[in-house]
Write a protein that binds this ligand. Structure first.
Ligand SMILES: *[C@@H]1O[C@H](CO)[C@@H](O)[C@H](O)[C@H]1NC(C)=O
Ligand SMILES: *[C@@H]1O[C@H](CO)[C@@H](O)[C@H](O)[C@H]1NC(C)=O
Length: 539
């Protein structure tokens, strides 16, 4: 029999044998509680979500990433149902443009993504705290959006009347002044469907009005003349979501293809309703509360994104009327459009007297959410045309370090801080500029169609940009990467300055300190208290 270690190294070397030019084997297995993300699934599952997420950008060969893995998986288990925990393998060919567009400069990079005021425009910030499960969990929990209204005797009646009398409401009577992560997560699940509030048990009028004797007590007011229902099940997320689902369905948070989630056998609430509840995120995630650890693990498996054939929710797809039943289909995950790293390659492809139309995405100095959005849209559109075998001009992305991209920006008077999309034709000497600041797929696709039809305004390319075709050297031979080393070397040359993929982000001194804090072990010893002590899964 193989020892686990032997089996692992065997399968790794097999992978390398079979796929010499990819190193797509990630750190997280299919059964990991960590969501495995690509640029596209990031857009649909994280960017569009009402929940907060933490994303790790890593490379499988990076030592600090390997050290982080157990703590990160532990954090994912603790955060199940409260927030999303994902990872992007930046070594996988298809993820590289996305990692670049997110400003990843070293591994591992951790970013907390919080929903913004506008859907699809989250706030993204680096997590620079301790690389322990507890450090990560605490930081993420702090960033969970709070949609829970705090009420007093004086204002609870007004709140109940908000949104009309048919609007369902849920009130938690509590001795605590602060709102728990669990209740915040419940409120996010039901955002726009059930209003959630917390009221302290010293508010005697409200306590009396709902005949509440002890706290915590959760009361559901289903609306429209229905009697308030007191909840007497477990104070666990899954059970609470199931209970509230009798008044309204939770939001269909974009999540991977829904699989059957096991409900906790100890749940005392209405299972038929619960299983109809739409949010596979809340369902799957809630099951971490289950005593049956295996079932929690199995459920989490359904959240992995590795299998690209899984239909995932698309940010652009129309909301399905019965969101609880139908998975939303999207096309296959698109490979990213080609990057032209230097000025010469751009001249060879697009800026010479023989080149025909090219579509160019000029990346800004510092990546923005729009950058990721633009690249994702262009990649999807390009992939769609390729799939349909329609001929279309080539699409390229140009890092800010590409000298000819800079020349284009300067001559066309474009700021260096925004992503820009241009169509250029060297032979005919024209360019067209994408006029909008919205980079979602539909407007971009409309514009590309207009370019194809010659329907958009075109302008003359300023002189000096297009070079005579026969003055250019032949195109270089493509490199294949057979090893992590080779890949790293090649990446170095391709990434713009300041965007290089370093092998290690922190130096040895910092590392020693980190290790000391973690208990002096190099084996990735974790600093995680038992689950109870984290205390975020309580009302
Ligand atoms: C986010 O919340 C809004 C209500 O504010 C809801 O309509 C929408 O469906 C939610 N989105 C997701 C992805 O759950
Ligand atoms: C549970 O669901 C069944 C079937 O949908 C329904 O008849 C029953 O009233 C529900 N019970 C509660 C407590 O919601």
């Amino acid at each position: 029999m193989f020892s686990p270690v032997t089996t692992l190294s065997l399968s790794l070397s097999l992978t390398l044998l079979v796929l010499p030019s990819t190193l797509a084997e990630g750190l997280y297995s299919k059964t990991s509680p960590v969501l495995q993300l690509s640029g596209q699934s990031y857009r649909s599952l994280i960017e569009q979500s009402n929940h907060t997420s933490i994303i790790e950008f890593y490379a499988p060969w990076c030592g600090h990433c390997k050290n982080l893995q157990p703590a990160y998986e532990k954090a994912a288990k603790s955060l199940a149902g409260l927030a999303k925990v994902g990872a992007v393998n930046c070594d996988a060919e298809e993820n590289k443009p996305f990692c670049g567009s997110m400003g990843v400069q070293g591994f591992p990079t951790l970013k907390i993504v919080r929903p913004g005021k506008k859907v699809g425009k989250p706030t993204v910030e680096d997590y620079r705290g301790e690389r322990t499960a507890k450090g990560i969990v605490d930081a993420v929990v702090e960033k969970i959006p709070n949609h829970v209204r705090r009420l007093k005797d004086a204002d609870y009646e007004a709140w109940l009347a908000e949104g009309g009398e048919s609007r369902p409401k849920a009130m938690l009577f509590s001795e605590k002044a602060t709102v728990s992560a669990l209740l915040k997560a419940v409120a996010v699940d039901f955002l726009g469907a059930i209003d959630v509030a917390q009221i302290r048990n010293k508010e005697a009028v409200a306590m009396k009005a709902f005949n509440v004797g002890k706290s915590p007590t959760l009361v559901l007011v289903p609306g429209a003349g229905k009697e308030p229902i007191r909840y007497d099940g477990e104070l666990k997320k899954e059970a609470i979501v199931a209970f509230l689902s009798q008044a309204a369905s939770p939001n269909a948070d974009p999540a991977p293809k829904e699989k059957k989630a096991k409900t906790s056998s100890s749940s005392s609430t209405n299972k038929s309703k619960a299983s109809k509840a739409s949010s596979s995120f809340s369902k799957a995630s809630a099951s971490h509360e289950s005593q049956d650890f295996q079932s929690a693990k199995a459920t989490q498996t359904s959240e992995t994104l590795e299998d690209e054939s899984n239909p995932t929710a698309s940010p652009n797809s129309k909301v399905v009327t019965d969101k609880s039943q139908q998975p939303i289909k999207v096309p296959d995950i698109a490979p990213p459009i080609t990057s032209l790293p230097d000025g010469l390659s751009l001249q060879q492809k697009c800026l010479n007297t023989k080149s025909s139309t090219c579509l160019l995405a000029l990346l800004p100095d510092t990546p923005t959410p729009d950058t990721a959005s633009a690249i994702s849209s262009l990649s999807t559109i390009h992939h769609k045309h390729t799939q349909a075998k329609r001929t279309l001009f080539p699409f390229y992305q140009l890092p800010a370090s590409n000298s000819q991209a800079t020349a284009l920006r300067n001559k066309l008077d474009l700021a260096s801080t925004t992503v820009e999309i241009l169509a250029v034709n060297g032979k005919r000497g024209w360019y067209r500029h994408y006029p909008s600041t919205t980079f979602s797929q539909n407007p971009v696709e409309d514009w590309i169609d207009a370019v194809r039809m010659g329907d958009t305004p075109k302008h003359d390319l300023p002189s000096g940009l297009v070079v005579p075709a026969d003055s250019l050297p032949m195109e270089p031979i493509k490199m294949e990467f057979g090893s992590a080393e080779g890949l790293r070397e090649a990446m170095k040359g391709q990434m713009p300055e300041g965007m290089g993929f370093e092998v290690e982000e922190i130096d040895d001194e910092m590392y020693e300190q980190l290790m000391k804090q973690e208990g002096g072990s190099r084996e990735g010893k974790e600093n995680m208290p038992p689950d109870e002590e984290v205390g975020h899964d309580e009302l």
